[in-house]
Design a protein around this ligand. Structure first.
Ligand code: ATP
Length: 531
């Protein structure tokens, strides 16, 4: 298998048939947008199996993407509403009927636009109320009806959780099959029979070869983030798994990603039916990365990274979560040891520990994750406000997916990319290939950072109980009477000390090095060099 912990996992508007064809930190205020999807062609309401209704009355009738306008059963609608989902996002609205009506599909939309539910919802409806209802097995020991392949274990877990949550409402069972975890529970579940298997290619291949996983009753196979599976060396495994399905006419194949490089196109030509549909909500638009993310570039020497990153976090994370991406596992571990309160995540960390780290980050036990590309794809974690990339990544897809961990589901976010001043061409390359227009900023100056820390300290004072006053009053009075300063100046000093400042240092605007000063020289007349 290619999944041992050592193999690092760093590793969409037109619908057509393929056969046819430093700004000041204060300025960067978080503004939550309306999460509602904007108008995309919605389907005709339909009735199915007596369970589905399409009254349109309980939703906002004006919204063509309201749940009521789709063949979604009441049970599932209730589940969606319990998560605050009242309308489909454009990628979901555009693909729903295509999948439910039995088509193979290639779906592409920018990061954070809801591609997961774009396949989860129609698959569930198809199995329970749609075309696959009649032939779906429900007996003990049944082989799965759905196989979803994803590049990383964390992502497999996340998609598994969605299928469990939404599929559970119909009594469908799901098994998550990924490497680095014991075989036994996965094999037991498969022996008893499951409806949906979500997994990473290495482990899925192993289970097939050990004859624990049988694909003969498959109705759906889904490839999510297919290009990353190629990057991680899963090409052969993916092709082998797809090739295991004997009667491809009975299987629907769905392929979703925010990026569609060449291999993915080839894959879709070889494994999807000739009359497959393509829904590409990115298309030839220049901007391939998330448009709800503010993309910033900041010059920073390698040596200054650990000094500057905490300050970037203070200025731009607005108290939310931050993910820092490094190019190597070593630098992820090293940087995390230098940034207080952060944890590392990469492919050399044991699987059980990786799960603890992700769970801790999701629940807010710690707010800064230092990760390799293992966290670049698909991860959907609430309130990630800031992404920092320590250097321009080698390929543009990595930039698009990493920066897409923020600004999800209609929210905004900030992505800061650091670069060595002498390698500025890396920024130009990402700009050219992704369509992102970076705003160039310089390192937050210590005064900016101190100011935002001071604001926090001033807010924190409100939470201090009055019980401290009698204890500290005498010192405060002595301080005031012995000093020539005003009470306000003394309080300012006390605030500074409370947030750890005894002095304000300068920082270079060019390299972010501390105690370096940037000089801007101008002459009144042209200078000619001997050359
Ligand atoms: N119709 C909807 N209304 C509101 N929120 C939604 C809707 N659909 C999905 N979401 C939420 O949007 C977030 C992003 O969804 P998802 O992870 O599927 O995005 P994605 O397109 O797969 O992104 P990526 O390319 O990064 O994997 C999730 O938190 C999801 O719950």
């Amino acid at each position: 298998t290619k999944e041992p912990a050592s193999s690092d996992e760093e590793g969409r508007s037109s619908t057509s048939s393929e056969s046819d064809r430093a700004p000041a930190a204060k300025k960067a205020k978080k503004d939550k947008k309306d999460k509602k999807a904007k108008a995309e062609p919605a389907e005709e309401p339909a009735n199915d199996d007596g369970e589905l209704t399409a009254s349109g009355e309980e939703e906002e009738p004006a919204d063509p993407n309201a749940l009521a306008n789709f063949r979604i059963s009441e049970k599932l609608k209730d589940k969606l509403k319990s998560k605050g989902i009242n309308a489909l996002f454009p990628i979901q609205a555009t693909t729903f009927a295509l999948v439910l009506d039995g088509n193979d599909l290639v779906g592409r939309a920018r990061t954070g636009q809801g591609k997961t539910l774009a396949f989860v919802l129609p698959i569930l409806e198809s199995l329970v109320n749609g075309p696959h209802k009649a032939t779906r097995r429900t007996d003990y020991g049944r082989p799965p009806s759905v196989l979803v392949l994803l590049p990383t274990r964390e992502l497999a877990n996340q998609v598994h959780a969605d299928f469990e949550f939404y599929g559970g409402t119909f009594g469908l069972s799901t098994c998550c099959a990924y490497g680095g975890s014991p075989y036994r529970p996965q094999e037991n579940a498969l022996r008893q029979g499951v409806d949906i298997v979500v997994g990473t290619p290495g482990r899925v291949k192993d289970l097939i070869e050990k004859q624990k996983l049988n694909l003969r009753c498959l109705k759906f196979r889904v490839l999510d983030e297919a290009d990353e599976m190629l990057n991680m060396g899963f090409k052969d495994d993916v092709e082998l798994i797809l090739g295991k399905v004997e009667d491809v006419t009975k299987v629907q194949t769905l392929l979703f990603s925010a990026t569609l490089p060449e291999w993915v196109k080839k894959l879709s030509m070889s494994f999807l039916k000739a009359d497959r549909k393509t829904v590409d909500l990115v298309g030839n638009e220049k901007m391939k990365a998330s448009a709800s993310v503010k993309h910033l570039a900041l010059p920073c020497n390698k040596a200054a990274r650990s000094q500057i990153i905490p300050d970037i976090i203070k200025c731009y994370s607005h108290g939310g979560r931050t993910i820092i991406f490094t190019e190597t596992k070593e630098s992820a571990s090293e940087l995390s040891s230098l940034i207080p309160g952060s944890r590392a995540l990469h492919g050399d960390i044991a699987q059980a520990q990786r799960e603890v780290v992700i769970a801790g980050f999701r629940s807010g036990k710690f707010l800064v994750l230092v990760a390799t590309n293992v966290a670049a794809r698909g991860l959907d974690i609430n309130d990630v406000q800031l992404i920092i990339q320590c250097e321009p990544p080698r390929d543009v897809e990595a930039y698009i997916h990493r920066s897409g961990r923020t600004g999800r589901a209609g929210n905004t976010g900030i992505a800061v990319m650091l670069f060595e001043p002498r390698y500025k061409f890396g920024v130009t390359r990402i700009e050219r290939e992704s369509g992102v227009k970076f705003e160039h900023i310089s390192a937050p100056q210590p005064t900016d950072v101190a100011q935002s820390a001071g604001n926090e300290a001033a807010e924190a004072i409100a939470s201090v109980s009055d019980s401290v006053i009698p204890v500290f009053r005498q010192q405060a009075e002595e301080l005031l009477s012995n000093s020539s300063m005003s009470a306000v100046d003394l309080l300012a000093k006390a605030l500074a000390k409370a947030v750890g400042y005894t002095d304000i240092k300068k920082r270079s605007l060019l390299s972010s090095m501390e105690n370096h000063t940037t000089l801007h020289l101008q002459t009144g007349r042209p200078l000619y060099t001997p050359s």
